[in-house]
Design a protein around this ligand. Structure first.
Ligand code: NAI
Length: 358
């Protein structure tokens, strides 16, 4: 991260909400997005925090995110349903879908909910965490624009398709694990570009499909662990795109191409009530035991301790919500300014430079 300023969560929330309402979003929807982005930055997921406001503001202002969607829930069975998002802002649509799914899973034990026509939904931890706070097990995944070369190929096909999982635990916040299925998220390449720093050769390939260490030459990202990440991103796309009759793979709409149109993206949410399988308190106790046992494992050379998967984000969240959140100086300056957006994304390809005012 570049030079940062420490911003109180309430101030960050207020500035984001103000910018999005200036772009034309309702106070209510802007409030939901602000809460989500503050959560992401506070968790240390800076690739999906305030850095996105400029892009969202441009898309909202240009009509590519529906400011007044009528979000509806079509129940297709006792444990299944489809949320029609009408290309509303992703954080609003997917939150509402998660709320429908929570209600359904509490009633029927399981909820498999697909979201049709949403926009970019941000950090998936946000949604699965909400479900786990209601004592449910949660899995969520989504498709994103094609930026990843398939294992063995040199042209992009799938997106960075993230997968997030959460479980309730006895003490403390839910256990949440959330990852893109690429070695690194696109945001990390942007970070290296802005610092003119080389990247490791297992992150990305250039236009000829060869591994590159130059962040400016990146033309495709690499899946985590070769064919295994490749398989996971395929799974996420089938469940969140194809299953809902939406474009899949290389046909998924681009983030930046046409900011006047909705992206028609999909998301998949699967919630399970542990009480249908085991005793809830015992289950939560077992998660606690697992966490303790993981913490007791001696660290390998070069490590200070074993963290449970996702713990680092939770530790950030606790610290930053209390002490203030580090935000890049140029992002903070943009949030304070009168500029609604920098008009820099429209027509850009997926590998365009992004960031605020850069
Ligand atoms: P990351 O690589 O920073 O972390 C992945 C996971 O590994 C996290 O749960 C993290 O807590 C855990 N982790 C990291 N270091 C660890 C350690 N030393 N010990 C134990 N656990 C550790 O995350 P990534 O892959 O960069 O994803 C960032 C965000 O991007 C996610 O929130 C994801 O949902 C979001 N995303 C959203 C997309 C969308 O279209 N909505 C597309 C792609 C990503």
């Amino acid at each position: 991260m570049e030079e940062t300023v420490i911003v109180k969560p309430e101030e960050l929330h207020h500035l984001i909400q103000k910018k999005l309402t200036a772009a034309g979003l309702s106070e209510k929807h802007a409030d939901i997005v602000a809460e989500h982005l503050v959560f992401a930055d506070a968790s240390g997921i800076h690739s999906h925090g305030a850095v996105r406001v400029d892009y969202y503001a441009e898309r909202i202002a240009k009509g590519g995110m529906n400011r007044t969607p009528e979000i509806t829930f079509e129940e297709t069975g006792p444990s299944s349903g489809i949320v029609h998002g009408q290309n509303g802002v992703g954080q609003v649509v997917v939150l509402e879908a998660t709320n429908y799914a929570i209600e359904m899973a509490k009633k029927s034990g399981i909820a498999a909910v697909g979201v049709r026509q949403t926009s970019h939904s941000g950090a998936l931890s946000y949604y699965v965490r909400k479900a786990a706070q209601e004592n449910l097990l949660a899995l969520s995944m989504c498709q994103s624009d094609p930026m990843v070369v398939p294992f063995g190929g040199k042209e992009n096909y799938f997106g960075t398709n993230p997968i997030a999982f959460a479980a309730p635990r006895k003490n403390g916040a839910p256990l949440v694990f959330d990852m893109a299925t690429t070695v690194q998220a696109w945001g990390k390449i942007l970070d290296a570009r802005s610092k003119n720093k080389n990247i490791p050769d297992n992150w990305a390939v250039d236009a000829s499909g060869k591994p590159t260490t130059n962040p400016h030459h990146v033309h495709g990202l690499l899946p985590i662990s070769g064919p295994k990440g490749f398989g996971l991103m395929m799974m996420a796309d089938i469940l969140s795109g194809m299953l809902l009759g939406l474009p899949f793979g290389k046909h998924v709409s681009s983030m930046y191409n046409d900011l006047t149109k909705g992206r028609d993206l999909g998301q998949f949410i699967l919630l399970i009530d542990p009480q249908r399988f085991t005793d809830l308190e015992q289950f939560k106790e077992s998660i606690e035991t697992m966490v303790t046992e993981l913490h007791e494992i001696p660290p390998a050379e070069g490590f200070q301790q074993v963290y449970y998967p996702g713990e680092i984000n939770q530790l950030n969240y606790e610290k930053y919500m209390k002490n203030g959140i580090p935000i890049e100086k140029n992002i903070y300056a943009y949030l304070l300014s009168d500029t609604v957006h920098f008009d820099q994304y429209s027509g850009a390809d997926a590998f365009a430079q992004s960031g605020t005012g850069k």
